[in-house]
Write a protein that binds this ligand. Structure first.
Ligand SMILES: [Zn+2]
Length: 69
């Protein structure tokens, strides 16, 4: 997906920044816990089309936190 297009996209609910998951073809809002589908390269920015993420998917990706302390 186009990086510039991605930078313009925000969550329609909270207007927050979205994170693109290349493998799942989803745009994820970690604030709402929703994943918006990307169909044929076109983001579907509709809350009713979005998928509720699982609790562990909502966590921001932060490698290197393990072993802290
Ligand atoms: Zn949101």
């Amino acid at each position: 997906m186009d990086k510039e297009l991605l930078a313009m996209l925000v969550c329609p609910l909270c207007k927050g920044k979205l994170k693109y998951d290349r493998e799942a073809h989803e745009l994820r809002c970690h604030f709402d816990g929703l994943a918006y589908p990307v169909r044929d390269g076109i983001p579907v920015m509709l809350p009713e089309e979005a998928r509720q993420m699982d609790a562990d998917e909502k966590l921001p990706e932060s490698p290197g936190r393990l072993g802290e302390g």
